[in-house]
Design a binder for this molecule. Sequence first.
Ligand code: HEC
Ligand code: HEC
Length: 288
Amino acid sequence: MRSHIATLAASAALGLALTGAAVADPVEDSLTVITEDGELEIVTRTAAPDHLKDVLPTIYSGWHYREDETRALQRDDFDNPGMVFADRGHDNWNAEIGTGGESCASCHGGPESMKGLRAVTPRVDAKTGKLMIIEDYVNACVTERMGLEAWGVTGDKMKDMLALISLQSRGETVNVAIDGPAAPFWEKGKEMYYTRYGQLEMSCANCHEDNTGQMIRADHLSQGQISGMPVYRLKDAGVVSAQQRFVGCVRDTRAETFKAGSDEFKALELYVASRGNGLSVEGLGVRH
Ligand code: HEC
Ligand code: HEC
């Protein structure tokens, strides 16, 4: 009972209309992106993975919850404001910034060598047994192979690189492993997803599962998928990564947040990614 009241109070505080007509379905639409190499179909709606289908039968990319004009920006790379950031990432990929004059390209070749990575991360690294997000792989190379200081997890250099690397997997099916060595991390992430945080005592699930489709302030509440990540956010006029989004969402519950790149948020990223297994990697989504 107590938690029920807390939820109602929190809902009122957030302007969530739990009763009434302020529920809107995800927009009926489909996404084909015009890229340099031609048209590319993006799966933005599909049957939920087994572990989720009892609570959410169909999964939707956040793209379906945005306005017509915002969705349109993602249909053509020429219009997608995020591409500038990926281009900047490409310049940095080729730059000889290492203490021995190394560039990413000097070891990896072109960025297309990263094809597929975004669809399967976060994943447990076979060598170290650690759960790795793409940012961890990049920083491992930056520090251990180029002799540089680690890049900030949510800094511009990192997000530009993340955009470039994610784009290489665009159109591939999200398929993060949740069993084997990933299982304990996945369980931890799942537990976090259903834990109520902050003064508002709200969990990720309270908003993105129980109230998905509701209008919250002027916002159409999505399922909180990360298949579009990193996304270009119009409001921030910049690229936002999953780690950064989690910080923002937890802060909105008026909680002390975990740090971007923390073990907690990495486990959460694995769990949230797994809720989108079956959707396409968007590489660079566009959101409001
Ligand atoms: C001196 C060579 C070298 C440089 C320079 C280097 N890397 Fe790496 N990188 C590696 C090696 C070796 C691996 C590990 C490959 C493996 O374990 O299969 C790796 C792995 C990675 C991975 C994980 C790929 C995967 O499929 O598992 C990413 C992402 C990555 N590097 C990004 C970068 C970026 C971005 C830069 C530039 C900022 C960079 N690397 C610079 C050698 C390098
Ligand atoms: C109080 C409600 C609320 C809570 C609790 C909440 N979020 Fe959100 N979240 C939002 C709103 C509003 C947006 C912006 C509209 C949208 O995409 O749903 C959003 C957006 C997102 C997005 C971006 C989706 C996209 O397609 O760009 C992700 C990912 C996300 N949330 C994950 C989480 C996670 C993980 C948690 C738990 C740590 C969480 N959220 C908790 C309200 C919430």
